[in-house]
Design a protein around this ligand. Structure first.
Ligand SMILES: [Mn+2]
Length: 619
């Protein structure tokens, strides 16, 4: 019982702990990886090469960019369940130990602590789940490098024609130094005429330094800055709604409370809104290291999407968006969904579209809800590659969630599915029984009314037009398991094992076939011949052209011919289109469970696609 509950908790935490694809850059030329990657560096002269590298390499989570920087795409997995969080005294929690050294962290350089500080930092880490001791040594006005591409830096904006913005920042027990570095970076790096005001919304913090001392600091600033206080713990969504309701700027810019904006961050966002009032625009989100506060650049060439569990993911952008991007790498490009923490929107448009679902609690799923709503109701969701904002990604959440983090997230996601996803909500609930359970208690009638009032398009339209490369089932696709007939084993996708793997690439394995909707064995067969699994990985055989008995793997879906398969339901053969060879489970002679071999009529090559109904039989 207890073990079970712990397993559920672990699962919930792992799934909650985000989004976060992160990137780190090794600039040092002595870095061996870079030296060994010299050839790669020369090869990767333009963006398309980088993309190819991302798509074809075994280690699809890394690449060397054209400046020779090693870029790693990784993912944070929450580990707070293993950590023992110490109890803090009242004075520890309420101490504001901000005491900056003049040049600490200048230019976004990392700050390494002295030995003596390290021990203290380890203990205090748990208050915010980042290195507060390092943060407190870095000035509020520290400089950051201009990390924009040349083409972005040379762009000029006529600021007088851009809509002034209200910057809305929600916080809950945020550290003084990170909260105010967010505010000061906005003041320092935004044209004054473009900032109408800064609105901080305090989601019921109880730290003493966030009360009077904060207000006394804010009145001294050069821009009108106010604090609104929630009278009970309300969560990000309700707090943002309160901030937006008070805002008077033509545009709204939402920021997390632990960000630092970089030079030129604001103009591209507002310029896009001036151009298209229905555009919701996010910056590129760079990484502020949670240990050293180093500013590291994140990749381009990715967009935001989601997996079968409706968890946000960064995936390589589609081929046609990449094509546009190559023509002009300064223009905002579309994305199926936004990450959610940082974005700009026309204020009237925000309310016209229905703001946020105020029945969503605390955090989670609201970014999908807004993204689906925007696209389906005539707006757009975009990323402005010339706008770059750093954000501290944490490995665990420092906050308590009233009601429990899992319950909150499942209920929020259930609302998203019930209102916006039509038939696909049934698929979501089949693979996510906890959300199905949560759905029983949700009343979404008000949001469905909104959808009708705005005459929004359906989810089929969204998938077809906004994300045709998606890996969900569809009316012209089959969902099911690929069963090897004589062994009665099924093809299985590797699990997401390492903390740095965004997409679980690796050998296709065979395992006992499962009943129901076990995600690792479910495949979507498309009319083009792709066999897609969750997390946007496809059945592939990278060495099919070069090797006998080439291994069969799951690799990031790449819309290429090498990932096409032709299934013959009568003969049971599954042919790899490019090589003309057949999917085989040899009895012996190879260490790989599944390989490609010359097609022949043999039990090794007989498979059944066992269909699973992803919709209820209601229609
Ligand atoms: Mn955040």
């Amino acid at each position: 019982m207890i073990l079970n509950r712990r397993r559920v908790l672990c699962w919930i935490l792992a799934s909650v702990t985000l989004l976060l694809v992160i990137v780190s850059i090794a600039r040092t030329t002595q870095d061996r990886r870079i030296q060994s990657g010299q050839n790669d560096v020369r090869k990767l002269h333009d963006q398309s090469d980088v993309a190819k590298h991302l798509r074809s390499n075994d280690r699809q989570t890394e690449y060397i960019d054209k400046h020779g920087m090693h870029v790693v795409v990784g993912k944070y997995i929450g580990s707070s369940l293993q950590q023992v969080t110490p109890n803090f005294t009242w004075s520890e929690l309420n101490a504001n130990a901000f005491d900056p050294d003049e040049n600490a962290g200048a230019g976004g350089e990392p700050l390494y602590l002295q030995r003596a500080d390290e021990i203290r930092a380890k203990r205090l880490w748990h208050i915010n789940k980042f290195n507060i001791v390092a943060s407190d040594k870095i000035p509020l006005n520290r400089s950051l490098q201009d990390v924009r591409k040349q083409s972005c830096q040379s762009k000029n904006y006529d600021v007088k024609t851009l809509p002034p913005a209200s910057v809305v920042i929600v916080f809950h027990n945020e550290a003084w130094s990170t909260l105010l570095r967010t505010v000061h970076s906005v003041l320092n790096r935004s044209p004054r005429v473009l900032i109408k005001e800064i609105i901080l919304v305090d989601d019921y913090s109880n730290r003493t330094f966030l009360q009077r001392p904060l207000e006394e600091h804010l009145v001294k600033l050069s821009v009108p800055t106010s604090v609104l206080r929630m009278t009970q713990r309300s969560g990000l969504i309700k707090a943002r709604l309160k901030g937006a309701a008070e805002a008077t700027g033509e545009a709204l810019v939402f920021l997390d409370a632990h960000c630092e904006v970089t030079p030129g961050w604001l103009e591209p966002l507002l310029h896009r809104i001036a151009e298209s009032r229905t555009a919701i625009v996010s910056p590129v989100i760079d990484i502020i290291n949670d240990e050293t506060f180093a500013y590291t650049k994140s990749f381009s060439l990715h967009w935001g999407a989601f997996n079968w569990g409706l968890h946000f993911r960064w995936f390589t952008m589609s081929a046609d968006v990449l094509e546009d991007f190559k023509h002009d790498n300064t223009r905002p490009y579309r994305t199926p969904v936004m990450a959610g923490g940082l974005f700009a929107i026309d204020r009237q448009q925000f309310f016209h579209l229905g703001a946020y679902d105020d029945n969503m609690e605390i955090w989670g799923g609201e970014n999908l809800e807004l993204s689906f709503r925007a696209w389906q109701c005539g707006a757009s969701v975009e990323i402005a590659p010339c706008s770059r904002v750093g954000h501290i990604f944490r490995k665990a959440s420092p906050y308590t969630f009233p009601g429990g983090v899992g319950a909150v997230l499942h209920a929020n996601l259930a609302r998203v599915a019930l209102v916006w996803m039509d038939d696909w909500s049934q698929f979501f609930f089949k693979v996510n029984p906890l959300a199905a359970k949560a759905a029983e208690e949700q009343d979404v009638s008000k949001r469905r009314d909104l959808r009708r009032r705005l005459q929004c398009k359906d989810f089929a339209w969204y998938l077809d037009h906004v994300w045709p490369e998606h890996f969900f089932p569809a009316p012209d696709r089959r969902l099911g398991l690929l069963r090897h007939q004589s062994s009665a084993l099924c093809i299985q996708r590797p699990a997401r094992v390492s903390e740095t793997s965004n997409q679980p690439s690796g050998s296709a394995s065979l395992d006992v076939c499962t009943h129901g909707f076990f995600v690792s064995q479910l495949l979507v067969q498309t009319p083009e011949g792709y066999l897609m699994a969750d997390e946007s990985v496809c059945l592939d055989s990278p060495l099919a052209a070069e090797q006998q008995d080439a291994a069969v793997r799951f690799q990031a879906c790449a819309e290429n011919r090498r990932q096409k398969w032709s299934l013959d339901d009568d003969s049971g053969q599954v042919m790899h289109v490019e090589s003309g060879k057949c999917l085989s489970h040899p009895a012996e002679g190879t260490s790989d469970a599944v390989v490609l071999q010359v097609c022949r009529s043999a039990p090794e090559q007989k498979w059944t696609f066992e269909v699973r109904e992803w919709k209820n039989n209601m229609t």
